[in-house]
Design a protein around this ligand. Structure first.
Ligand code: ZN
Length: 495
């Protein structure tokens, strides 16, 4: 084995600094596989074996070595498929059976190596590939790109414990179909387009009038089942329906439930998907009665969900810590957890990243498991690498972000404005890194990622190219920042 490594290294003129990545080396039926990083920090697949095997790959270089054929191959989609046929652990798995899972939402597609190093041995399934269609549009990536980037990292790190892939916040059959065709074993159904937010604002008369429009048989059935009834979900938690909260539950969520049933029958069951339902992108928090009503209706239709994402009280703004009453969060979280446990699924917390204040509560209360999602925080850690290694460029990026904040704000609910974020006139190459520690400036940089990555000058995505260039030259910095930052999330969750 050592001889093969030496021979391959010698052929590739590998120096000590570069060379075959030790964790990536695999031997399977007399064939040798490894990832090779060249002097320009580019990564390649190297395969040494019989022609039967090597001919399956797209290659840039072929030679004879040790009586076998050695090929150098790009980390392409085709080669990823071939590799997955040999190493099935390169394919994403369902979260079923994993009590703890963590969504990482790596927008740039280069954070997974650091994530895997961090998650090894912690008993938490890393959902490396997790993107919404909106995120794909904003980064110019496809679902195939997202899964394959994760799969190559899994191979490189020799990570055989399983990883997840979440088609996140999918809103319609087209998006779900696309995610399935690209190999996502999990979908998060975003029901927001079927949730009637305005109902929360109705006065009593309007509420009654709107409720009266619901089909009479349906109303009678709901009233017989829920009205003035109390349901125990644990020894000390119960949910009681009165006229008002029943009418609200029906009006706000019944269409969303019907939508979930339809998508379940059409996609989840036939494709044996790992199913999350998200109702977090609403205006009003999900009450215990709302949650119980949804869960119970789904159960009546034999829908099996692995996780459910309610909207919790307080604010979960992107990239900054929780804003709200921590005692109230805890009280309500206990009730949501009891409902989830009663119906046999886990809570999913769409944290928007960096909700350090509530992680200890989640870790403590959800003793039998949780699913926590983060997203843009990896992007901000990537910018830390930029701020460390090209301060002038980071200034340029921040200026761009400030100039485009109002365009980006159409997509996100955030407090940041061009007035409350750190001001350009006060920033220079010595303090530009502070934009990554200031709440409002973090949000500015967080929400403008799509505009930054897709910004073109003469057909060239100049900012994106420079960012990737810096990151590939400084993988170690990126690994360091990610380990520290995502590590903080995980340890506060008590894992
Ligand atoms: Zn969400």
């Amino acid at each position: 084995m050592k001889n093969i490594v030496n021979a391959v290294n010698a052929y590739l003129n590998n120096t000590d600094a570069q060379g075959l990545v030790p964790t990536s080396i695999q031997n399977l039926d007399d064939t040798f596989f490894a990832i090779h990083q060249d002097d320009n920090h580019a990564k390649w697949l190297v395969v040494l074996g019989s022609e039967d095997v090597t001919q399956k790959f797209e290659t840039v270089e072929t030679t004879n070595l040790d009586g076998k054929i050695l090929v150098k191959a790009p980390l392409s989609d085709h080669n990823c498929d071939v590799m997955s046929s040999y190493f099935t652990w390169m394919k994403p798995v369902k979260r079923t059976g994993h009590a703890y899972s963590f969504g990482l939402g790596d927008r740039l597609g280069i954070a997974s190596n650091a994530h895997l190093k961090l998650f090894k041995g912690r008993g938490v399934l890393p959902v490396l590939a997790q993107q919404s269609i909106r995120e794909l549009n904003l980064t110019g990536r496809t679902y195939t790109d997202v899964i394959n980037a994760a799969s190559w990292s899994v191979f490189e790190e020799g990570y055989m414990d399983g990883f997840g892939a979440d088609g996140d916040h999918l809103k319609n059959p087209f998006e779900i179909d696309y995610a399935i065709k690209c190999g996502f074993p999990m979908i998060t159904l975003d029901c927001s387009e079927h949730i009637r937010n305005e109902v929360g604002e109705f006065d009593e008369a309007t509420l009654k009038a709107e409720y009266a429009k619901v089909n009479e048989t349906l109303r009678t059935n709901f009233e017989n089942e829920y009205l003035n009834k109390t349901f125990a979900v644990s020894d000390d938690v119960s949910v009681t329906f009165n006229e008002k909260n029943l009418m609200e539950s029906v009006l706000i969520f019944n269409d969303a439930i019907l939508f979930a049933i339809e998508m379940n029958d059409k996609f989840v069951v036939p494709h044996d998907l790992d199913f999350e339902i998200s109702i977090d992108e609403t205006i009003v928090p999900t009450t215990p009665e709302n949650h119980y009503f949804i869960a119970n209706e789904l159960k009546k239709h034999d829908i099996v969900v692995e996780t459910m994402a309610p909207k919790f009280c307080g604010e979960f703004q992107k990239a900054i810590d929780y804003r709200g009453d921590l005692d109230q969060f805890r009280e309500e979280y206990i009730v949501h957890e009891a409902i989830a446990k009663h119906f046999g699924y886990r809570l999913s917390i769409h944290s928007g990243s960096d909700k350090f204040a509530v992680y200890p509560t989640i870790g403590e209360i959800s003793k039998e498991g949780w699913h926590v999602k983060t997203a843009g925080t990896n992007w901000l850690e990537a910018l830390r690498v930029v701020a460390k290694n090209d301060k002038a460029f980071m200034l340029e990026l921040y200026k761009f972000a400030m100039d485009h904040l109002n365009v980006a704000k159409a997509y996100y609910q955030i407090d940041a404005t061009t007035d409350n974020a750190l001001q350009l006139k006060d920033l220079n190459i010595d303090n530009i890194h502070t934009t990554l520690d200031d709440d409002m400036s973090r949000q500015v940089l967080h929400v403008t990622f799509g505009l930054i990555l897709t910004h073109e000058v003469n057909g060239v995505k100049v900012l994106k190219e420079r960012i990737y260039e810096i990151l590939t030259q400084h993988y170690d910095d990126y690994d360091y920042f990610l380990e520290k930052h995502i590590g903080k999330h995980i340890s506060l969750l008590n894992k």
